[in-house]
Write a protein that binds this ligand. Sequence first.
Ligand code: DGL
Length: 260
Amino acid sequence: MNICDKPIGVFDSGVGGITVLKELCTLMPNENYIYFGDSLNAPYGSKSDEEIEALSEKAIEKLCRAEVKAVVIACNTATSVAAAKLREKIKLPIIGIEPAVKPAANAHPGKTIVVMATPVTLKKEKFLQLAKSYSEIAKIIPLPCPGLAQLIEGGEETKKDIEKYLCNLFEPYMSQKPAAIVLGCTHYPHVAHIISNLFEHDVEIFDGGHGTARETKRQLEELALTNPQKEKGFVKFTSSSTNDDQIDLMKKLFDSFLPI
Ligand code: DGL
């Protein structure tokens, strides 16, 4: 098979990366995609660096066996912990994601911006540097959300718990009237509507999915790896979970997700 015809591999700790996959499919509908959600091992956001690195490597090796031409790490946590090391080990273009602090700060200078992410992402040097670079433009408040990705993995069944979680989470920040919320975990765009509805004033929501899709396209073009086919490509969902309903949940989330 010609390398350009090969699929793009996309992976996350679970169903979060589907929000990035949707952006990729919207931007490059003619590409083929293989999605791998490591739901059996989710959440990554409370694991050690060693565990996250090992799981991410295993996920990418799995995608390599499926003969992908590039890998998108559709997980902020895995990107901040493991992307640099994996790029040294694996000879494929590896594209990561980072919280969309830059566009949020540029759009709301002088205002308060809340960055939601896993505890691991917010502790890593990569995020600390990013937040520091924009701290003179806007007031950046990191907001760790332990357990939220896991609730989102539960689908419809955990909707009430998610609403309660978010309500409690934002309560202390309401008086600061944030101008923007950055969704620094790919699971969170699945509940963006619940987050916006918590606020009485207008809050702009940012996520890194679109930027990641654009960067993927740029790299594929630069390496002459874009798929020349004119027809819509295929999307194949795979999961480490042995629960039969997991693939159905992935398809449902993919169909219902509207890019922000
Ligand atoms: N979706 C992932 C992220 O973007 C991680 C969620 C988790 O497994 O904790 O950070």
